[in-house]
Ligand binder design. Structure first.
Ligand SMILES: Nc1ncnc2c1ncn2[C@@H]1O[C@H](COP(=O)(O)OP(=O)(O)OP(=O)(O)O)[C@@H](O)[C@H]1O
Ligand SMILES: [Mg+2]
Length: 155
């Protein structure tokens, strides 16, 4: 687990970019945190680092936004999914695919049906522009990379 406190959206985007550098095709990143915590902000930074141009905003009316970066990038927001049925779960898995990377906000309704996440991001609103961001990797090597990343951003 690695933890960093950011005090501006820019740093959260840079954290997203750093996470993107650790990802390989097929990897999933889960993002948890209240409304306005900064999940989409972090995904925007990651998507930019993966070569996505143009706006990166939350998928509101579709289950996923899909972008052509250096690898396919899927951005899901499962917020409005309550009890997912098989069809919705199927659509989500289809959108995630297995050749690109996927970022999933509000993942808890679908998490049980997903492959293991490479990185789990938890963002706590600290008041004003302060956010406490915790990163948990799927294994010791990923955790070490995440710790190096936050050390680099703090420096
Ligand atoms: N340190 C920070 N990190 C991230 N965002 C910040 C920070 N400080 C201020 N902000 C602002 O907080 C807002 C975060 O919005 P964002 O859409 O990223 O949240 P979200 O977690 O995706 O919310 P939702 O659950 O509604 O999708 C943005 O307006 C951003 O500019
Ligand atoms: Mg969002």
């Amino acid at each position: 687990m690695a933890e960093i406190t950011t005090t501006d959206a820019d740093t959260t985007e840079r954290l997203g970019a750093g996470i993107a550098d650790l990802l390989a095709p097929g990897d999933i990143v889960l993002l948890r945190g209240d409304l306005g915590a900064g999940k989409t902000t972090l995904v925007r930074g990651a998507a930019r680092a993966l070569g996505v141009e143009g706006p990166v905003t939350s998928p509101t009316f579709t289950i996923a936004n899909q972008y052509a970066g250096r690898v396919p990038v899927a951005h899901l927001d499962a917020w409005r999914l309550g009890d997912v049925d098989d069809e919705e779960m199927g659509l989500a898995l289809e959108a995630i695919g297995d050749e690109g990377v996927a970022f999933i906000e509000w993942p808890d309704s679908i998490a049980a049906g997903l492959p293991c996440a490479r990185v789990a991001v938890d963002i706590d609103h600290g008041g004003g522009d302060t956010r406490v961001i915790r990163l948990t990797g799927s294994d010791a090597a990923t955790d070490a990379s995440l710790e190096a990343l936050v050390d680099h951003l703090r420096a």
